[in-house]
Design a protein. Structure first.
Length: 342
């Protein structure tokens, strides 16, 4: 890898803007090389706004740019597999927005392509890299709360019903679980691993996407996780991890924004809060959120890893399988899942 890592952005939309105005614009090790879109003017405007060296009116042209080393994919998730394979086969490393794929089958195909081409692939669930989650996981590894027995986490909120919005468009992969519920499912996997059983109940709205779901995951040894996600119902957006000797509470929104983790053992409390001392550059907190992820990707590549040290690909597939099971339980299917069996 070069001293600066050459990044390309595939799909210059709202999510790409959040990532670009933060870490891609501020981290000293990033070189903003190119932007690719099906709309050449949109790509050019994004490049002008955020200081990329050039732009392309096709994804294939971006993938062919010899100075782009890593492609950050932020198109709607039904196209993640197609776009990732395009880039991987062109010899690029890939950081793909969450969910990395529509289902576990697609995730496995993407991983097989990455390995066949000797390229790096990671899912951009930024929470895995944050100092907050690293501290929480360290407390658990150190045995501070004993054996983890239960976990509660919610993610989401109430959005105005808008059939034209991606969140409510089934063809664009809309729905609560894949868009925001993935964070809660990921947390459960970080803390407890792969569940042995998955139960769920949910509601499909008038536009054909899941507007909310409640999930119950059971693990070997009897531990359980109770999760919820929603796009039409307010959520607490906190998380509680209960062990035999104590608990960890993360609030007010455990998966984003400035937050505090509280370790409680008996009457004693220890607090950890995201502070400027953890930031990687001078910018508002909202622009810091994905910085640790981009820095982590560059560290992985510098050390010769072809998957994330923070979020290994085996875990990405496991999370996808869990979400597949949730969707099967609530009757939520996408075109990528194929026809209904039988």
């Amino acid at each position: 890898m070069s001293k600066q890592t050459g990044f390309g952005v595939l799909g210059p939309g709202r999510i790409a803007t959040l990532t670009t105005r933060g870490p891609l614009a501020h981290l000293s090790g990033v070189r903003r090389v190119a932007v690719g879109s099906r709309d050449a003017e949109r790509a050019a405007e994004f490049a002008r706004t955020w200081g990329f060296e050039r732009s392309y009116g096709s994804y294939a042209a971006l993938a062919a740019d010899p100075e782009v080393e890593v492609v950050y994919i932020s198109t709607p998730h039904p196209w993640h597999m197609e776009h990732a394979i395009l880039c991987l086969e062109a010899g690029k490393h890939v950081l793909c927005e969450k969910p990395m794929a529509m289902n576990a089958r697609q995730a496995e195909a993407m991983i097989a392509c990455a390995r066949a081409n000797g390229r790096y692939l990671a899912e951009a669930t930024f929470t895995w890299w944050t100092p907050m989650l690293r501290r929480v996981l360290a407390w658990i590894r150190e045995g501070r709360i004993g054996e983890v027995r239960m976990l509660w986490a919610s993610s989401g909120g109430r959005n105005r019903l808008n059939p034209a919005d991606r969140l409510f468009d089934r063809a664009l992969g809309g729905g609560a679980l894949l868009d925001i519920g993935v964070y809660a499912v990921s947390l459960a996997h970080q803390v407890l691993g792969t569940p042995e059983s998955v139960q769920a109940a949910g509601a499909i709205g008038e536009t054909g996407v899941d507007e909310q779901e409640a999930m119950l995951l059971r693990y070997p040894g009897g531990a359980v996780a109770q999760l919820s996600s929603a796009i039409r119902t307010p959520q607490r957006n906190d998380a509680v991890i209960q062990g035999t000797e104590g608990r960890i509470t993360i609030l007010p929104a455990w998966w984003g924004g400035p937050r505090t983790a509280v370790l409680t053992v008996g009457t004693e409390e220890e607090r950890y809060t995201d502070t400027a001392s953890d930031w990687l550059y001078e910018a508002p907190f909202g622009d810091q959120e994905k910085s640790w992820m981009i820095a982590g990707v560059m560290e992985d590549l510098a050390e010769g890893r072809l998957e994330s040290a923070a979020m290994p690909l085996e875990m990405t597939v496991s999370i996808a399988r869990t979400m597949d099971a949730v969707r099967e339980a609530i009757g939520m299917r996408y075109a990528a899942d194929g026809p209904v069996p039988g």
